[in-house]
Ligand binder design. Structure first.
Ligand code: AQP
Length: 328
């Protein structure tokens, strides 16, 4: 059994990019491995955010994850800021992290561009991510393709720390990619993102799903109904791969390549399959009570913290800190 760690920011509503790129995988992995899934609120505050809504968004994200199928009997679900050891290890890892590598990260460059004043926390984002994973000595990290560069840096940080303080202490975590590893936004331009408003939420009603899907961008080379399309270049086909059974995908691909179907025909089939998957998730979310969610997160933090403390105690010792008066 591998130890699995992955996180998601409470920076908006859970969307189908998060679901297909990460969360659907988490639900599978909890049956096979020792899994921790974390709502990374400390990461979420590196972008512009509203303090008045952060707590509610964190609860809503927990509701979304449980409704999507995470089972607290099978995995640990918790909030990052409830386990202070994440912040401590983050700091301790900064001293082996090359500044140039942080500045080279594509996500940093993208997100920095969207901010008038760039906070140092945004630059440090991948170090905190490394701390999240290494704190639990996780070896498998299910993520979307956008996170692969961060994973590579995480391995570099682990190697450098090990080289200086203890060979073999931290493992080299590997990415675990899903089939729909990069879902574009409905405009077909950039990655689907909570903060860009180009999403279909996991909680959208059937009517809203169709309203959003109907005008969504498809293969840009398919200019008219009579032109054959290329499914591999179509974001709607990527989404089919997440929601439609293999025989439907093959049929859709054939109809697209031969111009047998127009894009709207293809989208209607997709909408039906999305609605079939998402309706039970939306209904479960409506039934989940806030009290139950609080209890799950409290129990999850206690379990995570017990593991985190062991790692931090050893890290402190290997790094040479004076022992004996740590805060409890
Ligand atoms: N469009 C996507 N396609 C595939 N996978 C995706 N993920 C996110 N967007 C897509 C995967 O979802 C997990 C959680 O992501 P996150 O919340 O930690 O941060 P993010 O990647 O920055 O997600 P967003 O939606 O784009 O949030 P904002 O707008 O707040 O930055 C990750 O595993 C990610 O790979």
């Amino acid at each position: 059994m591998a130890r699995v760690f992955s996180g998601i920011q409470p920076s908006g509503e859970l969307h189908i990019g998060n679901y297909l790129g990460a969360v659907q995988n988490w639900v599978q992995l909890q049956h096979q491995h020792d899994c921790l899934f974390c709502i990374v609120d400390l990461h979420a505050v590196t972008q512009a955010y509203e303090p008045a809504t952060l707590a509610q968004r964190t609860t809503d994200m927990a509701i979304g994850l449980l409704a999507a199928g995470l089972d607290p009997e099978r995995c640990i679900v918790f909030v990052q800021s409830h386990v202070p050891e994440h912040s401590e290890l983050n700091w301790l890892l900064t001293i082996v992290t090359p500044l140039g590598e942080l500045e080279r990260q594509t996500q940093f460059k993208d997100k920095a561009q969207r901010q008038a004043s760039v906070p140092a926390g945004l630059l440090n984002y991948p170090v905190l991510q490394a701390a999240d994973v290494l704190l639990y000595k996780a070896t498998l990290v299910p993520v979307g393709e956008d996170q692969l560069q961060h994973l590579e840096l995480m391995r570099e940080i682990a190697r450098r720390w090990n080289g200086r303080f203890g060979e073999g202490f931290f493992p080299q975590p590997q990415a675990h990619l899903s089939t729909a590893k990069r879902v574009l936004g409905l405009d077909g331009q950039v990655k689907m993102s909570k903060s860009l408003g180009n999403t279909i939420s996991l909680f959208d009603t059937p009517d809203t799903i169709w309203e959003k899907l109907r005008p969504a961008a498809t293969d840009p080379a398919r200019k008219t109904r009579k032109d054959p399309g290329t499914p591999q270049l179509c974001n709607v086909f990527t989404i089919h791969q997440g929601f439609s059974p293999p025989e439907t995908q093959a049929h859709v691909a054939r109809q697209c390549r031969t111009a047998g179907w127009g894009c709207l025909d293809c989208k209607r089939v997709l909408a039906d399959n999305m609605i079939a998957t998402l309706t039970p998730i939306r209904e479960r979310a409506q039934q989940l009570q806030a009290r139950r969610v609080t209890d799950v997160l409290r129990a999850g933090a206690a379990k995570a913290r017990a593991l985190a403390r062991q790692t931090i105690a050893e890290v402190r010792q290997r790094m040479g800190f004076l022992a004996g008066a740590e805060a409890s």
